[in-house]
Design a protein around this ligand. Structure first.
Ligand code: 13P
Length: 255
């Protein structure tokens, strides 16, 4: 496994934060701060911020993502947003299966799989989130949980498409808690995910997939987490809302 095969990808997941005017102000700080990045930089923002985010980042190295999408092309799905709507705006990425959606909004592996396939069919790059609950880790079933999520979330996704997919390993107990997985814990599970992909597809495919770590990653711990061979980047929540911290993580990934 050779880390140099993959460029690091740092993505902010803003969650339900920032109004359009606040989004504009934050991105106006982020854009100049990350302009020399030697990694991919993405900001995944609330739907209502997409328009201004695309405008502010136009012609820069910051790419824009959404935080979810529906699997149907159109129809009677009040409150949902289709892949075609995102694509037409110029959105490139979409976060899918985040644990907050699984926990609070009834997201299942089946719906994550449907959304992933729809996103890929529309030419969006999905960031598919997987991760175990604290209880599952304590019961020593982390690998079973992750293997199941990977298998189900990527069911019927072709080898070519999976290479365009980013997997984010986000242990649920580390999200927004200030508790980060140690670099060794992150590496262990990210390595396990790569091995699972190799089993499902091939080693060549597994080596091409970007696997991020997410969960209380910040400017203080990014260096160590990103030094691990199977940790190809980060999906950042809280620290992505502060330009200085986000830029420091981008800098750590650019080394
Ligand atoms: P925090 O960085 O706030 O823990 O959130 C991580 C996350 O859920 C990113 O998707």
């Amino acid at each position: 496994m050779d880390k140099t095969k993959r460029k690091a990808v740092i993505a902010g997941n803003w969650k339900m934060n920032k109004t359009p005017s606040e989004a504009k102000a934050l991105l106006e700080e982020i854009v100049p701060a990350v302009k020399d990045a030697d990694c991919e930089v993405i900001a995944c923002v609330p739907y209502v911020d997409l328009s201004v985010a695309l405008e502010v980042t136009k012609g820069t190295n910051v790419k824009i993502g959404a935080e979810n999408c529906h699997w149907a092309e159109s129809g009677a799905f009040t409150g949902e947003i289709s892949t075609g709507m995102l694509k037409e705006m110029g959105v490139e990425y979409v976060v899918l299966g985040h644990s907050e959606r699984r926990q609070y909004f009834g997201e299942t592996d089946e719906t994550v799989n449907k959304r992933t396939k729809a996103a890929l069919a529309a030419g969006l790059k999905p960031i598919v989130c997987v991760g175990e609950l604290l209880w599952e880790r304590e019961c020593d079933i982390t690998e079973e949980v992750i293997a199941r999520q990977i298998k189900l979330d990527l069911f019927d996704v072709s080898a070519e498409d999976v290479k365009k997919t980013i997997i984010a390993y986000e242990p649920v107990w580390a999200i927004g808690t200030g508790k980060t997985a140690t670099a060794d814990q992150a590496e262990e599970v990210c390595g396990f995910i790569r091995a699972a992909l190799a089993k499902l597809y091939s080693q060549e495919v597994a080596d091409a997939v970007t696997i991020q770590y997410g969960g209380s990653m910040n400017d203080g711990n990014a260096d160590e987490l990103l030094s691990k061979v199977n940790v190809d980047g980060g999906l950042i929540g809280g620290a992505s809302l502060i330009a200085e911290k986000f830029a420091a993580i981008v800098k750590a990934a650019s080394k």
